[in-house]
Design a protein around this ligand. Structure first.
Ligand code: UDP
Ligand code: MG
Length: 315
């Protein structure tokens, strides 16, 4: 199998038949074997029935994974990726906002040697104030924080070589960070402007609240990127800083006692210094526990701490 499309579906009954027509139109003319994996994310409308009917008509291409309840878009995408057989995995939305006609061009980019082609909704058709503007701000922040310069993390339509996205798990709302994780394993990424259409049927499942989650996720991602292999650097660093502050306070108190005769206990500074010392010591100990966990994580699953592109003359 050369190409797998992965599509999360949550209450999109009206869009699905049209979605298939556009996918067929886009892919029938290219000489590759392909499949579509649709993950029904616990829809409460007739989406699953519609999917089953379509799968009966086209068993060669259509595969379905149906969740027991709504687990969210990220979980649906993860399940689709888990079941995908293709060497190339393309993610897109079910609501016709992404355009499958963009896919052949994305494949050409992958053929040029890129590992990720990231769709960019340059002319985005969503409400400006609650969706596009916060998303633009979040994109800028993510780019700055992670060092992966992309205009549109939120656009689902992206194409990946399978080996750069199958090595990690996705939690919470993390699908927008897939390119960041791919970059962390050394993927070559290029951006491509793609079509975007206003929603025709149903309604968006998201609002402004999503941006907050993105910010919190960014903390986790930044931590994982920079410290997941060496947490003691972060915890130990914080520990040294607090112990440093504690020592400076103690010194100040000692000097004041010696030269000015002011009692060490005359102000709360001594207590504060002791608190800082304990915090710093705890932080270093936490770093050590985190180091143990990192070792358990890598060694229990035989996960290497590096990624290899290719080997030569090695069996
Ligand atoms: N979706 C999903 N589970 C959810 C919410 C959304 O599988 O809990 C799917 C939805 O059916 C669509 C895609 O994720 O295919 C994007 O959702 P939506 O169009 O509502 O997001 P927007 O385009 O407004 O960002
Ligand atoms: Mg949408």
């Amino acid at each position: 199998m050369e190409l797998s499309l992965v599509i999360p579906v949550y209450n999109e009954e009206e869009s699905l038949p049209l979605l298939f027509d556009t996918i067929h139109k886009a892919l029938d003319s290219i000489p590759r074997t392909w499949e579509v994996i649709l993950v029904d994310d616990g829809s409460s409308d007739k989406s699953l029935n519609v999917l089953k009917t379509l799968a009966e008509k086209d068993p060669e291409h259509i595969r379905i994974v149906a969740f027991r309840r709504n687990f969210g878009q990220t979980a649906a995408m993860a399940a689709g990726i888990d079941h995908a057989k293709g060497e190339i995995i393309v993610l897109l939305d079910a609501d016709l906002q992404n355009d499958p006609a963009d896919i052949p061009m994305m494949l050409e980019k992958l053929d040029e040697g890129y590992d990720v082609v990231s769709g960019w909704r340059k002319d985005r058709k969503d409400t400006y104030l609650t969706r596009t503007l916060p998303s633009n701000l979040a994109n800028g922040l993510i780019s700055r924080t992670t060092g992966v310069e992309l205009h549109d993390y939120g656009c689902t339509l992206k194409a990946y070589r399978r080996e750069v996205i199958t090595g990690f798990k996705l939690y919470g709302e993390m699908h927008r960070f897939i390119p960041v994780f791919a970059h962390a394993v050394g993927a070559k990424i290029i951006e491509m402007p793609v079509n975007h259409h206003p929603r025709r049927f149903g309604e968006t499942k998201y609002g402004l609240g999503r941006t907050l989650k993105v910010l919190l996720d960014l903390f986790t991602v930044k931590f994982l990127l920079d410290y997941s292999a060496k947490p003691i650097y972060l915890f130990g660093g914080a520990g040294f800083i607090t112990i440093g502050i504690s020592t400076a306070l103690l010194l100040f108190l000692a000097i004041r006692r010696l030269f000015l005769g002011v009692s060490v206990l005359a102000s709360p500074l001594f207590t504060i210094s002791a608190m800082f010392f304990i915090m710093g010591f705890q932080s270093i100990l936490m770093g050590l526990i985190a180091e143990l966990q990192v070792r358990t994580y890598h060694e229990s699953q035989h996960k290497p701490t590096y990624t290899v592109r290719e080997t030569i003359n090695i069996a």
